[in-house]
Design a protein around this ligand. Structure first.
Ligand code: BDP
Length: 720
């Protein structure tokens, strides 16, 4: 007997060790549900919650029940029973008026009407003389969203004794864009490979698909485009549609619809037609048939996302047709099935333009009012391309007859990719809060996007996903915060980046005040830090060629001028910056007054956009009273300094966050510091060849030569 035990013991120990080793790898995201360590709250919650009563048996209501059970059991550290009858006070009663007589008995139809299809109410109330918490909605998915909200209240240790919450999404379609290829590589993806295991689909449904859908539902994301905007028509063939259907079936209980990217030339590539001309009746019919085929597999298919006439993707211009003609053809094909088309405005033509920043506006503004009702034009937050910072895209506000949706990039293509801590919500908030003045003061980008400015009922927000097969989903632990923040902002673009950060930290790391405030400071300063060590004062697109990792201000002489850095910074002995005023490309004219005036005058332009709009002498005096050159150099230094500050803050958290994630983040911050120094040294040495001025005091001397940096050529950078 003793011998036998001695034999088993090492295995038991190993199991214990491996379990604890993998316990905190980040897989559980913000849905960790560990027992709360706030003793007072825990006591209150245990007293207040006696059971879970979800009336109804639709797959979505069952998902809500399962989540409540898992969440409450974990958070409360005890089994919370599922009940079918209201026998005791303290039940969590969830359902719709249709599914649940108890919810019906509350007589809350008026209130429910206000929250619409996907909204919900969470109410501390009384049913049959018993105190309960009701999670009520018009639809099952509303109940699911409400359940996640309720769990969030506990995860963030809120008072739940007098709840009267009413919440509904401000945008209708809240969609992730996966730039995933069918071979499972991910364009601009830094977290491993694509989640979609096409080879094993439709048979094998990975638990990851379910957990992915749960995570999205927890933040209100209700759509996912599975495939890259640089599209492959194959996904529209029967062979793949069956696989797409399997994913759609797995996601459906969580309210997550699937969409696909439509390659414009698909009728030729997989349909055997000679043309993809959108006015050709055969082409139109082909798309109609294709849509019917898709909907026969996936009755709630969301629709198409299209990148056309951009970066080599085919489009209506190949046939001398407009974007509207292209989009409308697809819109007509999906309209009978209630599908939508998200047509991207990220376009630029083959000829090198005088200013790429102007192209989308020039091409799309004249088409305002020419799109079908089920078309949204999807506009990136800025006019160039997901730079660390851009002024808002001038198309926002400029197309009142067309629903414009926002496209943010959650994946950090230009913001340190998989290794830098950059919390992006402050940047998104800056854009959403920006005032377009389209209809006078207060015409913010958020109001354009949620449809309220121009009374559009169709509204949407898209985020280019940062998710992959990495165990922690996003590569960097803090990348999860950007996925989370995107969902929360898509639900409500008026939330502050600070409150979102706070929620996420509490759910992901700890509820302890000292931990929350330390991590929050790191997060809220992180985006500005990245801007400072990469592209301060409005500089943009000066990163490494093609892979975009690391500095590359010297990039020139490529086959497209507007893919080079020198095109964007225009540094010479006289100064630096892109003149987009009347004396230059006059891109400022695309903005409404008074924004136009503000951006036209360097004295009035917010300093963060200075070199975006102006070419200024090296000794131009900036707000601090310093010369432009000195300010630039000090900004680069301050970016590095902030990273070091983040490292100190994080180091002080040792023992307060679990060792596994602590180590992960610590190591990544070391990479970030090294990269920030690389950016600072390489970029300043390069600009110094024009400015011919010394580095001001306070800026560390580079330890390598410009030549050294220019020869660096990292190979096999992920995500290309
Ligand atoms: C750029 C990316 C490129 C994408 C393109 C797009 O570098 O990989 O295909 O945007 O948005 O940022 O279409």
């Amino acid at each position: 007997m003793r011998n036998k035990f001695a034999f088993i013991l090492p295995f038991l120990l190993l199991l214990l060790v491996t379990n604890s080793l993998y316990a905190e790898d980040g897989y559980r995201l913000w849905l960790r549900y560990d027992q709360l360590n706030d003793a007072a709250r825990l006591k209150d919650y245990r007293k207040a919650i006696s059971g879970i009563l979800v009336d109804g048996d639709s797959p979505t209501l069952l998902a809500a029940e399962k989540e409540l059970k898992m969440g409450l059991d974990g958070l409360l550290g005890k089994a919370v029973p599922l009940t079918e009858k209201l026998t005791r006070k303290g039940a969590i009663v969830a359902g719709t008026p249709e599914s649940s007589p108890l919810i019906r008995s509350l007589n809350i139809n008026d209130k429910l009407q206000e929250v619409g299809e996907e909204g919900y109410l969470i109410l501390s109330t009384t049913i049959n003389g018993k105190k309960v918490t009701a999670i009520a909605a018009n639809t099952a998915v509303g109940v699911l969203y409400g359940s996640f909200h309720f769990l969030r209240l506990l995860q963030t240790t809120q008072d739940i004794s007098r709840l009267s919450i009413s919440s509904s999404p401000k945008t209708e379609h809240r969609v992730l864009n996966h730039w995933d290829n069918l071979d499972r590589t991910v364009e601009r993806g830094y977290a491993g490979f694509s989640l979609w295991d096409w080879h094993k689909l439709p048979d094998y449904i990975d638990q990851r698909y379910i957990d992915y859908a749960r995570a999205n539902a927890s933040i209100g994301i209700n759509g996912t485009v599975l495939t890259n905007v640089n599209a492959n028509a194959l996904v529209l063939t029967e062979e793949y549609l069956i696989k797409v259907k399997a994913l759609a079936d797995a996601f459906r209980p969580y309210g997550l619809k699937v969409y696909l990217t439509a390659r414009f030339s698909a009728p030729i590539e997989i349909g055997g037609l000679k043309t993809a001309d959108p006015v050709d009746p055969q082409v139109q019919q082909w798309w109609k048939d294709k849509a019917s085929e898709i909907y026969s597999h996936i009755p709630d298919f969301g629709g198409f996302l299209v990148k056309a006439d951009s970066e080599g993707q085919p489009g209506p211009h190949n046939y001398k047709r407009t974007h509207a003609e292209g989009a409308n053809m697809l819109a007509d094909a999906v309209a009978p099935h209630k599908g939508i088309v998200m047509w991207r405005a990220f376009v630029y033509s083959h000829e090198a333009p005088d200013d790429r920043a102007k192209q989308a506006y020039n091409e799309f503004k004249p088409l305002d009012g020419k799109f079908r009702d089920n078309v949204l034009v999807q506009v990136k937050n800025g006019a160039i391309d997901f730079q660390p910072r851009e002024p808002f895209h001038p198309l926002f506000g400029a197309m009142p007859e067309t629903p414009l949706m926002m496209e943010f990039q959650i994946t950090q293509e230009y913001l340190g990719q998989g290794t830098h801590l950059a919390y992006l919500a402050p940047m998104w908030e800056e854009v959403l809060d920006a005032d377009t003045y389209a209809k006078g003061k207060g015409s913010t980008v958020a109001k354009v996007v949620d449809g309220s400015l121009d009374n559009h009922s169709l509204s949407a927000m898209a985020g280019v996903a940062n998710i992959g097969t990495d165990r922690n989903w996003t590569g960097h632990q803090f990348g999860q915060a950007n996925w989370y923040a995107f969902g929360r902002l898509a639900w409500n673009p008026y939330l502050s980046s600070e409150e979102i950060a706070e929620e996420w930290i509490k759910m992901t790391f700890s509820n302890k005040e000292e931990v929350v405030s330390a991590i929050k400071t790191m997060m809220l300063n992180s985006h500005e830090a990245v801007v400072n060590y990469m592209t301060p004062l409005g500089l943009h697109h000066i990163m490494g060629w093609s892979h975009h990792y690391g500095p590359g201000a010297w990039i020139k002489d490529k086959h497209r001028a507007d893919w080079t850095s020198v095109y964007y910074h225009k540094a010479d002995e006289n100064g630096v910056g892109f003149d987009r005023t009347k004396t230059g490309s006059n891109a400022v004219a695309q903005y409404f007054p008074p924004v136009e005036e503000e951006f036209s005058n360097p004295e009035k332009t917010p300093e963060k956009y200075l070199l975006w709009f102006h070419h200024l002498p090296w000794d131009y005096k900036v707000e601090s009273g310093r010369t432009l050159w000195d300010e630039l150099a000090l900004r680069y230094q301050s970016g590095v300094d902030t990273v070091r500050q983040m490292q100190r803050t994080w180091d002080a958290l040792e023992g307060k966050v679990d060792p596994e994630r602590f180590r992960h983040v610590k190591t990544f911050l070391e990479i970030q510091e090294k990269d920030a120094e690389w950016w600072r040294d390489a970029t300043l040495l390069y600009f110094q060849t024009f400015s011919k001025r010394p580095l001001p005091e306070g800026v560390e001397k580079p330890t390598k030569s410009l030549d050294y940096f220019m020869k660096l050529d990292p190979k096999f950078v992920p995500g290309i």
